[in-house]
Structure formats: C-alpha cells, structure tokens
Design a protein around this ligand. Structure first.
Ligand code: ZN
Length: 203
C-alpha cells in the first residue's frame, strides 16, 4: 500500500467535500493531528475508523486503500469484507485482553494478600515476615503493571464531553483515579476532564 498516495487521495476527497482537516476530524471524533498524519502519508487510518471515513468522503474502502477511485470492474468486495472482519477481530482480541486483565488483577491481589496474612498470623521470626511480605509485593506490582498495560492497549477511552475516542498514554492512566475501568482523565481533544468509559469500538 502506498501511504503517500492514499494520503494525497484523502486530502483531495476532503477538499472536494469542502471540509477542513478540523471539520473532518470533528465528524470522526478524532484530532485534526490524526487527519494531518494520514494526509502526509505518515499513518493510515485505524481500521475501526476507515468505514466511517469512507462513508463521509463517499468513497469505497477499495478506493481508499488504492489511493484512487477504482473502476467498478476492478472493484474488490473481498477487500471491504476483509476490513470489516479485521475490525471484528480486533474487538474480539480486545475482549480477550480485558478478560486476561481481570485474571491477572485477581491473581495479583492473591499473591499480595496471602503472604501478608501468613506473615501476620504464622509464628515466624521478623526477618521471615519481611521476606514473606516482599515475595508477595514484587510479583503483585508486576501483575498490576501488566494488567494496566493490557487495559491501555485494549479498546479505547471515550470522552463524555465531546465523544472523542482515544488510547491514553500509560502515564495518564497511572495518575487517573478509577472505578473499575472507568477513569477520570483529561480528553486530548477537548481538554475537559471526565469519567471516561472503556469502549471497544469507535462508534
Ligand atoms: Zn473531549
């Protein structure tokens, strides 16, 4: 796939619709920076956003991925189906990651607290208690960090104010207060803070 050609094509289609990068971005609930990245060939639109982009620009997925309007006789329905399949597969994969996060989270709590209980109630020397506490503490921290990483890469967070969906930076997630997977974070699009829910697709 020729990213530069695709970028120029997106840019031309957008202009033909009389839209600025900002206006296109708003309709797709993404940042204008993302649109600029596509148009300069530095990135391809995320599969989850490609169908919406195509319907806005009134082009087919074939056109988009070819970087030009494809003649009807060369139209490849397979490609379109493949993309829809890709979006579904990502959703399934994300669901699996989130289930894994729960398992790792629960295991981390167990390895943290079981040694703590033993240390508290078993007749042990002090140095033995210290070792016990650390044996639980270290794997638990690793487990929690890993669970957080899974939560970051699976799906998106959605801003309550503007509906923008995005993948937050790990740093922002660590700092954010949370209830389950709903996190209080600042939206990179509108800059407002809200309790943002985890969503699996960008609709
Ligand atoms: Zn927002």
């Amino acid at each position: 796939m020729d990213q530069l050609k695709i970028g120029r094509f997106i840019s031309n289609c957008r202009k033909a619709k009389g839209l600025t990068q900002m206006q296109l971005a708003e309709r797709l609930n993404i940042t204008d920076r993302a649109v600029s990245k596509w148009e300069t060939g530095r990135a391809l639109p995320d599969a989850s956003i490609m169908l919406d982009l195509c319907s806005l620009l009134e082009i087919s997925v074939n056109d988009l991925l070819s970087g030009e309007v494809v003649a009807m006789e060369n139209y490849n329905k397979e490609l379109e189906n493949k993309l829809i399949e890709m979006v579904k597969q990502k959703e399934e994969a994300d669901k699996r990651l989130l289930r894994m996060e729960v398992v790792i989270g629960v295991l981390s709590v167990i390895v943290l607290f079981v040694p703590l209980f033993i240390a508290a109630y078993a007749p042990l020397e002090d140095w033995q208690r210290v070792i016990l506490i650390f044996t639980g503490f270290i794997p638990a921290i690793v487990g929690f960090a890993y669970a957080m990483k899974l939560e970051q890469v699976a799906g998106y967070y959605k801003c309550r104010h503007c509906g923008h969906t995005y993948v937050p930076e790990l740093k922002a997630m660590y700092k954010a207060p949370h209830m389950g997977r709903t996190r209080y974070m600042k939206c990179p699009n509108c800059g407002k803070k809200s309790w943002q829910k985890k969503v699996l697709n960008r609709e």
